[in-house]
Every structure is written in C-alpha cells, then in structure tokens.
Design a binder for this molecule. Structure first.
Ligand SMILES: Cc1ncc(C[n+]2csc(CCOP(=O)(O)OP(=O)(O)O)c2C)c(N)n1
Length: 372
C-alpha cells in the first residue's frame, strides 16, 4: 500500500465538504426583498429586529468616534461604517461561553459583545494598551499587527477543547490579513487539531490602498481554506440575515466538533482606512456610490418595515438608544486622563527583563528631575 492511499477523503466529495457557495449567501437583497436559499433559512423576524437596533447603535458609534478624532479626543479610528452587519452578526451568533478575537476595525463588534464603549476606545485614545478586561466578556484585546490574533484565537480554542469546554472562538480579520503567514499557520494548526474556531474574514476590498485584485488571485478568500481542509463559505457582508445564517451554521459546526470553519463576508470599506488616510488618492467616488445603495441598515429597515415588524416607534427607540451611547462616549472621552508614564512597563512580562528594569529606572529618574 502506498503512503498516499492512507489519505482518504471524508464522507462526501471534497467539493461538497470544503467549497464555498458559488455566490455569497444573500437572504435579503439591497432593496429589502427576501430570497429563499436551498441551504440557509431566514432568521426569525424578532432576531432581525434586535439586530436592527444594534446596527443603528453601531453606525452611531462609528460616526461619533470619527467626530472624536476630529476633536482630538481619539488618536485614530478605523471605522467599520458600512460593515456594521458583519460586526453585529459576529457577536450575535456567539454564546456567553465563547470568545471574540477582534482587530483594530472591530470596535462595534466589541461593544455589541457587551464591553463598555469608553473602555473599548481607550486603546484608540492612545494612552493605554486596552481599556477593558478581556476575561469579563471573553473579548481579546484588539490586534493591530495583522493576523497575529488568529494564532492566539486558535490557541484559546485548542486549550478549551483539551479541557472539554463548550467554547467556540470567533476570529476576525480583513482581506489583507489573509496574505499574512500567520493566517495560513492558524488555519493549518486549527484544522490538524480540530480547534473550534470560526475564521471570519471581512473582505472590504481594501488593505489601506491595496485593492483585493492586487492582494490575491484566489477565486474567493473562502477558497483559501481548501488547502488546509477547512470548509469555506461566503456571505453578503451587508445582509445581516445571510450573515446570521452562515455564521450561525459555522459556529454550530465548530461547536459540534467538526473543526474550524472559514467564512468570508463580501462588504466594502466605505470610508478611508483611518482618519490618517486619503482614499481619493487611490479610488474614485464612482466606485463607492453603488455600495452606499447596498447599505446594511437600509435593506434591513425595508425588509422589517415591509413585514410590519419595524414601525416608526421602534425606529425612534433604536435612534434614542444609539444617541444615549453616543452621549456617553462624548462625555467619557472628554475627561482628561493623566496616564502614569511608569505604566508603560507594566503588563509586559511576569518578571521584567533587566533592560526593562533599567529603562523604568531611567524614566523614573528623568521624571523626578522634571518635578524639581
Ligand atoms: C503585520 C502587519 N503588517 C502591516 C501592517 C500595516 N497595516 C495596518 S492595517 C493594514 C491593512 C489591512 O487590511 P485588511 O486586513 O484588509 O483589513 P482592513 O484594514 O481593511 O480592515 C496594514 C497593511 C500591520 N498592522 N501589521
């Protein structure tokens, strides 16, 4: 018997098991019209109504954070404007026992998980590593180095599986991050050890100024799972209903012991990469306009209004709740903070290295001289 013949394809053809749908799964189109799907069911109307309220708050957080940058209260803000359906769906499908591993663009997702918005934005204010306790809501610190969080996510999922815990890990990343070595190592390790992870790529078509066409020639980013034996699926990233169905199914499979799952949401980065970027240098407004028509809030509003589930009172209530969050953000981030420079050296190593001790002593000495 040759060595290779020991490799057998698990039940079903490779195509059935691993290949994503030919088109991203979409249950509600941009006009708010529902479409049946052979594999995925429309979520309950009440679930979608709850999601609508979260979308409205998420959009408000994005807009408010942008204003706070202009007022000098935040150092930087990578907005998820237009990507809010991805942000909200990623947490709606999780249980309290699950973990979220976010990137710098996933503020709205973190808040949707229950983390205090001011604590969430502390990192982006630029005076502390992370303002929230990762264990309280099972949300890892926001990762700025691309794809590093995916390896950490796999580690947590693997550990949970070894301990027999009922934990699924939702690991977020962007399209650009799928070109990083860490992305591929994370997928491979997770597949070999059947770690319960859902890798969720928000393909917003840009990595700063690099368009997707210069990032990859793969048929889709969901196809990248095939080489590792990780099933992939694609969803319309502006359709909360489709995202809930696809991500919900991926989480259920990971929880049932079927190993890691890969989901690509096709969406669009409506605004610049951050306030430090000028998107007009590398793309035309004409490219952005059609995406504004595919807005995730607009289409859910149209669908739920048509069903009679969302009336004016419910919409006003959603707006009022969002304004409350924005008010709290403004108030909280207007407070002057006096970070202790010595905190720079905290939370780095259990036992500080001799170099760090030396640098901390040097800083303390300099500060003491200033005070004299
Ligand atoms: C390892 C690493 N390399 C480069 C960067 C610089 N960088 C910051 S954001 C970014 C683009 C990331 O694009 P994508 O993964 O698509 O996420 P998006 O910003 O669109 O959400 C790059 C290259 C980084 N943060 N980390």
């Amino acid at each position: 018997m040759s060595e290779r013949s020991e490799f057998t394809v698990e039940s079903g053809s490779v195509e059935q098991r691993l290949l994503p749908s030919a088109e991203p799964v979409r249950l509600i189109d941009q006009h708010g019209v529902a479409h049946e799907h052979p594999q995925y069911e429309m979520p309950a109307a009440q679930t979608l109504a709850g999601g609508y309220a979260q979308l409205v708050t998420g959009r408000r957080i994005n807009d408010q954070a942008g204003a706070l940058v202009r007022q000098g209260r935040l150092a930087v803000y990578p907005s998820s404007h237009g990507q809010e359906a991805c942000q909200i769906a990623a947490t709606m499908v999780l249980g309290a026992q699950d973990w979220l591993f976010p990137t710098y663009r996933d503020t709205v997702s973190i808040v949707s998980r229950g983390v205090d918005p001011i604590e969430t934005l502390t990192l982006l204010r630029g005076d502390w590593h992370s303002g929230y306790d990762p264990y309280e809501h099972k949300v890892a610190p926001q990762a700025t180095p691309l794809a590093t969080q995916l390896l950490h996510a796999v580690g947590v999922a693997h550990a949970a599986r070894l301990k027999g815990e009922d934990t699924v890990v939702m690991a977020l990343c962007g399209d650009g991050a799928t070109s990083e070595g860490d992305f591929h190592e994370a997928l491979n390790f997770a597949a070999v050890f059947r770690a319960p992870v859902v890798f969720f790529i928000q393909n917003n078509e840009y990595a700063i100024s690099v368009p997707l066409s210069k990032q990859t020639v793969a048929p889709s980013l969901a196809h990248k799972g095939i080489g590792y034996g990780v099933p992939g699926e694609r969803a319309d990233g502006n359709d909360l209903a489709g995202l809930l169905a696809v991500l919900g199914s991926a989480v259920a499979k990971a929880r049932a012991g079927e190993g890691p799952q890969l989901v690509e949401a096709h969406t669009y980065r409506v605004q610049a990469h951050t306030n430090a970027d000028d998107a007009s240098k590398y793309r035309d407004d004409a490219e952005v306009t059609p995406w504004l028509e595919r807005d995730p809030i607009k289409r859910l509003d149209a669908y739920l209004t048509g069903l009679g589930v969302l009336d004016d009172e419910a919409k006003q209530e959603a707006t009022r709740a969002a304004e409350k969050v924005a008010d709290a953000l403004r108030e909280g981030l207007m407070q002057e903070v006096q970070p202790d420079p010595a905190e720079l050296f905290e939370h780095l190593y259990t036992t500080p290295t001799p170099q760090l001790r030396e640098q901390a002593a040097f800083l303390a000495d300099e500060l003491a001289r200033e005070e004299v």
